[in-house]
Write a protein that binds this ligand. Structure first.
Ligand code: ADP
Length: 329
């Protein structure tokens, strides 16, 4: 059978299954317990006072559940959710239009918030602090600022790159800054069993266990692997995912025991073979791999660091002996 190459890590939030598989209830959001507890206190306190929840910032690698949390917070608060992305907020007028159209109590979710433009960031400061939109009209000596009152709202920011946010911006997330962690295999198995039920496929516990082991401990990837396994099952005219089906799926997708794909192995191969395992600086490594340094930091590295396959040292990236062992086999 030929090898199929798909990038399981690219966000695909528009796909219908993202919605189908997304938990609709707070209690179905598995794991991240410390964050959930902190958010529960924030929500309860706000509700008790009849206020909106304070602004929060969620960060961590893609696919760990930041957008899902925003949906669930809105659901718990009985508020509607407006979603936008940092890349879409280029001009002052972009954010002004969004903020002035918010309804009282609404939650504004800005994904990839590290991508917003500096001017937009500065307009958010008074909006976050005192619900005020400061608009400069005119130019030169006749320029003046008009202040518009905004309705009460909660900003939920999400980012994969917390270090790119300035300190003044971070400090305005008065409700807290929360880092999402990779899940345990057990938690991923639970998520998978709920997802299987939601998409109407049966799966053996063993099959889910194998998928969890190669899911990069990331719900989005686990869910996609489940869908791919379902495809393989359906092609074999079965409505049941077994361990054999899962192994066939991994073979088809060239995903190894560590959950690494061809692209990850190629990246590690360059670090090990071309740079003798490092240390090598990010930009040199990115050039050798023909990748953007951001992609390396956001897509490749988080899980390789988690696996202990690479280390970030002051002198650059280093491949560990575990990585060398893995690539050799
Ligand atoms: P992010 O915004 O961090 O990139 P998402 O919130 O879009 O990640 O999550 C990706 C998918 O993974 C969601 O569609 C959802 O189905 C699933 N998911 C994420 N976190 C959880 C969780 N804690 N429990 C159950 N499913 C989850």
């Amino acid at each position: 059978m030929g090898k199929e190459s798909i990038d399981l890590r690219t966000p695909d939030k528009t796909h219908i299954y993202e919605y189908v598989m997304r938990p609709a209830e707070w209690r179905h959001y598995i794991g991240q317990n410390a964050i959930k507890r902190a958010l529960e206190v924030l929500m309860r306190a706000a509700k008790g006072r009849g206020e909106t929840m304070e602004h929060v910032l969620l960060y961590g690698p893609a696919g760990l559940g930041k957008t899902t949390l925003a949906h669930l917070i809105a659901h718990e608060m009985g508020a509607s959710l407006k979603i936008t992305s940092g890349a879409a907020l280029e001009r002052a007028s972009d954010i002004a239009a969004i903020l002035t159209n918010l309804t009282p109590g609404e939650i504004l979710f800005i994904d990839e918030i590290h991508r917003i433009n500096k001017t937009v960031e500065e307009m958010l400061y008074p909006a976050m602090e005192r619900r005020s939109l400061d608009i400069i009209v005119g130019k030169g000596p006749s320029a003046r600022t008009i202040q518009l009152d905004l309705p009460a709202f909660t900003l939920i920011g999400a980012t994969t790159r917390i270090a790119m946010l300035t300190q003044p911006f971070r400090s305005r997330f008065a409700g807290g800054i929360f880092r999402l962690e990779f899940y345990t295999e057990k938690e991923i198995e639970t998520i998978l069993s709920h997802s299987a039920a939601r998409i109407g496929i049966e799966a053996d516990a063993e099959a889910l266990h194998i998928i969890a082991g190669r899911s990069r401990l990331t719900p989005r990837i686990a869910n996609r692997l489940l869908k791919r396994s379902r495809d393989v099952a359906h092609v074999a005219e079965q409505n049941h995912i077994t361990a054999a089906i899962v192994h066939k799926t991994f073979d088809l997708l060239s995903i190894d025991e560590a959950g690494l794909e061809n692209e990850d192995r190629r990246f590690l191969g360059i670090l090990i073979d071309k740079f003798n395992g490092g240390p090598v600086g990010l930009s040199t490594l990115a050039a050798a791999a023909s990748e953007d340094p951001d992609t390396i930091q956001e897509v490749y590295e988080p899980y390789l660091l988690r696996l202990g396959f690479i280390e970030r040292t002051p002198r650059g990236r280093v491949a560990t002996s575990r990585a060398k062992e893995h690539i050799k086999n």
